[in-house]
Each structure stands twice: as C-alpha cells, then as structure tokens.
Design a protein around this ligand. Structure first.
Ligand code: ATP
Ligand code: MG
Length: 373
C-alpha cells in the first residue's frame, strides 16, 4: 500500500516510521526540499496549490492523509475524487478556522471560553466590552505554536488598536483568558467503521504558546477523563472523522469541581501524543495508519507512565540524551532555529512517582539547549 502524506515534517516522518514495519510505503508532498520525511519515502517538492505537483503526488497512491491542518481545502477536494482522503476535507475546513471550530464546539454544547468573532477594529471595540479582559486575540486562520496571537490586558482604545495591529488586522477570535489550573489534551482515533479508541487524557505544559511537556497518564479525577472522551467522541462523530484526532482543553478548578473548557482541535496526529511511541500499546502514528487503512484499531492502553519533553530551537548531543537511563531521543533531522520544534525526549517508568523522580534530569537537558525566541 502506497500512502501519500501532505506535509513532510516530523509528524509525517514519525507516521512513516510507524508504517515501515507494516510494509506500508510513503510519498510526501512538501514545498521544502530539506523536509524531515525525506529519508522515509519519496519526497515530492512542490506547493500544495500547484496542480502539476498534486498530479505527480497523486499518481498510484492508495490513500492520502495530512500531517498539518493548514493544507488548502481545495487541494484535498481536488484529490478526493481520485483517491480516498482520510480524514476528509470537512475536518480541515473546521480545524483551520477558529470561527468554524468554535461553532462546532458550541453546536455540541462543549464549553468554550467566552468569545466573539471580530473582522474590523470597530467590531473589536464592541466585542471587548462583551468578552472583557484579560483576553487573547487569535487570527482565525494560520496560527500555530502561539503565532498569530496577541494578549489584551486592558480594553482602552490604545490597547485595542495595538492588539489589532499585532494580529495584522485580519479576522480574529477574541476570547477571554482562562485562569486554568492545568492544560490537557485528548488524543483519540476513529476507524473507518466508526469505532473509536481514546488514549488517557494527557497533561500539557506550554511556554510562550509552545508545548513544552506532556505527561500521560496523569492524576486526573475520573470525571475529567470521561468528559474528555465524551467531547472528543462527539467531535469525531460530528465530523465523520477517520484517523487520529486531538482536542486541546483548559482545565478550570481542581479535584471534584474541575471542568474542561475546549480550546482547539487538531485533525491529525498531535505533539501531545508523541509519548505513545514508547508509552502506549499502539502509538498514535500506527493507530492513524490503521484507521485510515480500514484496519482494526490497536489498543490505546498506556504501558507505565510517560513524559515527553520537546526540544525547541536546539538539540542536545546524542550521547548526553542517551546517558539518561530510559530516555529516548527523537531527532527530527531539522535545522535548529529559535522557537522551532526539532526533536523530543520521552522517558517512561512503571509508576508516576518514579516518573516524577526521573523527569527533572530530562527537563534540565532540554532546558540547557532550548531556544524559544
Ligand atoms: P498549537 O497549534 O501549537 O497548539 P496555537 O497557536 O494554535 O497552538 P492555542 O492552542 O490556541 O494556539 O494557544 C496556545 C497556548 O496559549 C495554549 O495552550 C495556552 O497555554 C495559551 N492560551 C491560548 N488561549 C488561551 C486562553 N483563552 N486562556 C488562557 N491561555 C490561553
Ligand atoms: Mg494549541
């Protein structure tokens, strides 16, 4: 089976690495010749809106999937009559526009931060009254790793004008800043037959809008795990989704009073699911391939307790990573640049206590090389 992946970054690379033992073969389309997936299959260098490049990409493929959510929907629609595209274009139309995402959450009665869609400075002035401060402005389209966002601490006119300029005067979601106790994500997988499996709810820490660390499983109260599964399952059903889907949440409050507020979805394998390579019975990458290939899903059960720490803007010496017992280095073969995810480390232990004991050394190594901006 020859699988085409739109995007040749580290998510495509790790997906291919999961598929090679199953004798799946891969072709990637990416505008960058130095893409991390170049060693894992055939890389076609071209733009996603270039019809000739899409033709070359599509020839002989059995399936198409995507590694990032900002693929032009028109490209997916042009491929769909020729080869199954999973997940389908609709998930992308939703995931790449924060206004559509909010509408989906709202239609499913999934709690979201107080928000308003703003298209002009005047709409921002009116919306700021309703939403209140502190708030955060996010461009409706093309944001990632905290890019395309501006914080709004006060609603005076000078602050509003500055925020509007900071997001380059384009349609935005203005949303209330949540004083969250923690952040979480639910990574799930839905098969071609509609069966769905859920990984444990992941606990995430972000710095400057970039994911820094994930722990799974975490010590969540059972009602949060349940509610995350219900929300993610409802979203996957509503989108008639096939493949791995991630939903990011803010957790408000603690213990029995804790509740989830949805932030965003990612219609693809997700950074907060990288721990599953070593830490789950079946990795998110293999499960994505199983789902889109119409194969039986694999168990999402955790194997012990895992933490994943991102390497951002810099990489440690291989030997330094390998000298930490039980640490696994994933090097994306990317040129380090400030704020760019270039690798990750995963460490797994039998118990949470042992994991929390082992984690500081892994985090210290990442902190010694990370360059955020
Ligand atoms: P990515 O695609 O990498 O997940 P992104 O650029 O799409 O990131 P968000 O996920 O919306 O951006 O935000 C990144 C981080 O910024 C969140 O994980 C959270 O830490 C913080 N953040 C975003 N929105 C809010 C909010 N309403 N209240 C509090 N913190 C927020
Ligand atoms: Mg996010």
């Amino acid at each position: 089976m020859l699988i085409g992946i739109l995007g040749g970054g580290q998510l495509a690379r790790m997906t291919a690495l999961a598929g090679l033992p199953l004798a799946l073969r891969f072709r990637f389309l990416d505008p960058a010749p130095e893409s991390p997936s170049r060693d894992c299959g055939e890389l076609i260098v071209g733009r996603y809106d270039d019809a000739a490049a899409l033709d070359r990409f599509a020839r002989g493929l059995d399936l198409v999937t995507c590694e990032f959510e900002n693929v032009p929907v028109a490209a997916l629609e042009s491929l769909a009559p020729r080869v199954p595209v999973r997940p389908g274009p609709r998930a992308f139309a939703t995931g790449q526009d924060r206004a559509n995402e909010k509408a989906l959450f709202t239609s499913l009665s999934i709690p979201v931060p107080m928000f308003a869609i703003v298209r002009t400075l005047d709409e921002l002035r009116a919306a700021a009254e309703r939403v209140g401060t502190p708030a955060i402005m996010k461009t409706c389209r093309l944001g990632y790793d905290g890019k395309g966002q501006a914080r709004l601490d006060h609603a005076d006119d000078a602050s509003l004008v500055a925020a509007w300029r900071a997001v380059r005067e384009q349609p935005c979601v203005l949303e209330r800043r949540i004083a969250f106790s923690r952040e979480a994500s639910m990574v799930c997988v839905r098969g071609l037959d509609g069966s769905t499996a859920f990984y444990p709810l992941v606990e995430n820490v972000h710095t400057k809008g970039i994911l820094k660390r994930s722990i799974a499983p975490s010590d969540w109260p059972e009602h949060l795990e349940r509610s995350a599964r219900e929300h993610a399952g409802a979203i996957a059903r509503a989108l008639d989704y096939v493949g791995v889907l991630a939903v990011e949440f803010f957790v408000e409050g603690e213990g029995a009073g804790a509740r989830l507020i949805a932030n965003e979805i990612a219609p693809r394998v997700h950074n907060s699911g990288h721990w599953t390579i070593e830490g789950a019975e079946t990795s998110q990458f293999e499960n994505h391939l199983r789902a889109i290939g119409g194969l039986p899903l694999g168990s999402t059960a955790p194997v012990g307790h895992s933490a994943m720490v991102n390497l951002i803007g810099g990489l440690p010496e291989r030997a330094a990573a390998m000298s930490i017992p039980g640490a696994h280095l994933h090097h994306y073969a990317k040129e380090p640049r400030p704020g760019r995810k270039v690798g990750h480390l995963t460490v797994r232990r039998d118990t949470r206590e042992e994991l929390l004991h082992a984690l500081p050394r892994v985090e210290a190594l990442a902190d010694s090389v990370n360059v955020l901006s």
